[in-house]
Design a protein around this ligand. Structure first.
Ligand code: ADP
Ligand code: GLC
Length: 494
């Protein structure tokens, strides 16, 4: 192996500490995969209100106490705590600044459902603190791997402020975008918190964005390498203005430095053979035992156990991206059919309300659980027969990958990572692993559910389909290597 690299992984959520979506899963599993290949990777994360010192054995680090971190024209004192990931030697630094992070929500105030007013300040402070930590520790990584807008100020700050000269001058940045629609857009008045030179906010400046500023845009301009989380989404983000969401021109300009690398799955957490959250473990050799999980989940939903009736699940942030407009339109038709359906999600209040009222209309068929519930997510993967993910767009998507491994056949809209990971079984009977529809449309969604239900009736074929789905391998093995190759390429640059 080439010499081990030093990587700082900067991220705003990570399992098991704080999670709103797939980013948290990726932060955990990718860092562990890279560590497995023998590299030194450390993580930096905000210490939110739900991260308890005792639960995760967070320790004070004398050297990281009272860091003086710039915030606008002031300096504030920030403490950084540290912990090792349970079961591995990955070190995690927690940015402990209670006025900004000691809250119940990560980005959104759970009381109002709206973004926190001071997100610009919060994540500018987070980015600056990352540099304060490196300087205090005298640890100068080869690459800082940034994720999404929350850490996107790091690349420009490195080039324009912290790494202009001195020990950080050789450090490079890689920015992974998990969703181009979240751009860290703020009014211009907030620019002063970034600590970047004034030209960034001026007309045509790297952070200027339709009269406002965007952290993501500044990151895309300054990162040495940009990646996103599937090859198809990488292509769509350059070609399709809805998916590129205003960033497509930068991406086209930077096409030489822009890569789509498919996310992997942490099968030590998401595999029915060892999953600790589910009542009965099973493999593709013992699929019949999956039925016990179905029984358990139906009981949980107060529904009678009728083994032959297909059970459909959805686990999702309740946002437009995930296809809730067509799903809400299609549900009254779908729920007339002979099936059961469970939805787990939290998010947009309007969507929550509409789902709840559908549950009242179809109480025997639809169970809706509003909230974030890790255990129920595992139960749904294990207990359902089908998993529905009708995304409008999808950078990668993890739930369809989990579903494959649990033998819970995915029905997906063919976009982004969904297109890269699910093969339609009618189109390709030998290799098919699920059902894919192309047009973003409620009618097509209904027709595809009908197609799946028809397949389900043929028990022998269904069983084969389930076995094939369970045998798919979306582990990090290959994708982690692609990241490492990019790190190595960056480390060699002068
Ligand atoms: P995204 O990151 O866009 O939300 P992904 O499919 O990549 O979509 O990842 C979603 C992750 O979040 C999965 O691990 C899924 O199980 C989890 N998740 C989403 N909503 C909930 C919820 N309400 N309760 C528990 N887990 C959830
Ligand atoms: C984002 C995307 C999702 C992806 C996840 C992890 O939240 O919406 O598609 O799987 O990030 O990369």
């Amino acid at each position: 192996m080439a010499s081990p690299l030093n990587i700082l992984f900067a991220v705003s959520e990570a399992v098991p500490y704080a999670k709103t979506g797939g980013l948290a899963d990726v932060a955990f599993s990718l860092t562990h995969a890279i560590k497995e290949y023998g590299h030194e990777i450390r993580m930096i994360l905000p210490k939110y209100g739900m991260i308890r010192d005792r639960q995760y054995t967070l320790r004070d680090v004398i050297r990281l106490r009272d860091l003086e971190v710039p915030l606008g024209d002031q300096k504030v004192l920030v403490n950084v705590k540290s912990a090792f990931y349970p079961g591995s030697k990955i070190q995690v630094y927690f940015v402990d600044y209670p006025p900004y992070f000691g809250r119940p929500g990560l980005y959104v105030d759970p009381k109002t459902g709206k973004d926190y007013e001071d997100n610009a300040e919060r994540f500018a402070l987070f980015c600056h603190t990352a540099f304060a930590v490196l300087e205090r520790l005298h640890w100068y990584p080869d690459v800082i791997h940034c994720n999404d807008w929350q850490t996107a100020l790091i690349p420009p700050l490195l080039k324009e402020v912290y790494g202009k000269e001195g020990p950080l001058a050789k450090t490079k940045t890689l920015l992974t975008v998990h969703n181009f629609a979240y751009q860290g857009v703020f009014p211009k008045e907030k620019f002063r918190y970034t600590g970047l030179p004034a030209h960034f906010a001026e007309e045509d400046g790297a952070a200027a964005y339709y009269g406002k500023i965007s952290y993501l845009k500044a990151g895309l301009e300054y990162a040495d390498v940009i990646t996103t989380v599937s090859p198809t989404y990488a292509r769509q983000a350059q070609e399709d203005p809805e998916i590129g969401a205003g960033m497509q021109e930068i991406l086209r300009r930077r096409a030489q430095d822009f890569y789509g690398i498919l996310n992997g799955v942490d099968y030590s957490t998401w595999d029915p053979s060892s999953d600790k959250e589910i009542p009965v473990n099973y493999t593709f050799r013992s699929i019949d035992r999956k039925m016990e999980n179905k029984k358990f989940l139906l009981e949980f939903c107060n529904m009678p156990f009728e083994p032959e009736i297909p059970f459909v699940g959805t686990i999702s942030r309740l946002v437009v991206q995930k296809g809730f407009d067509i799903l809400l339109e299609a549900l009254p038709v779908i729920l007339e059919k002979d099936l059961r359906y469970i939805i787990l999600g939290v998010g947009d209040k309007e969507i929550e309300k509409k789902l709840k009222s559908l549950q009242q209309r179809f109480p025997e068929k639809l169970f809706v659980h509003i909230g974030f519930d890790e255990r129920l997510a595992h139960l749904i993967e294990a207990g359902c027969d089908l998993f529905l993910m009708p995304s409008r767009y999808e950078p990668c998507g993890l739930n369809q990958l989990y579903s494959l491994r649990y033998g819970t056949i995915p029905i997906v809209r063919g976009t982004g990572g969904l297109l890269d990971t699910v093969v339609d079984v009618d189109e390709n009977p030998q290799k098919g692993t699920g059902f894919v529809f192309k047009k973003y449309d409620a009618k097509e969604l209904v027709q595809t559910v009908e197609r799946a239900l028809k397949w389900y009736q043929d028990r022998a074929s269904w069983r084969k389909l389930v076995v094939r789905a369970m045998k798919q391998d979306f582990s990090w093995k290959n994708s982690a290597k692609e990241y490492i190759r990019l790190y190595q390429q960056l480390a060699k640059m002068k």
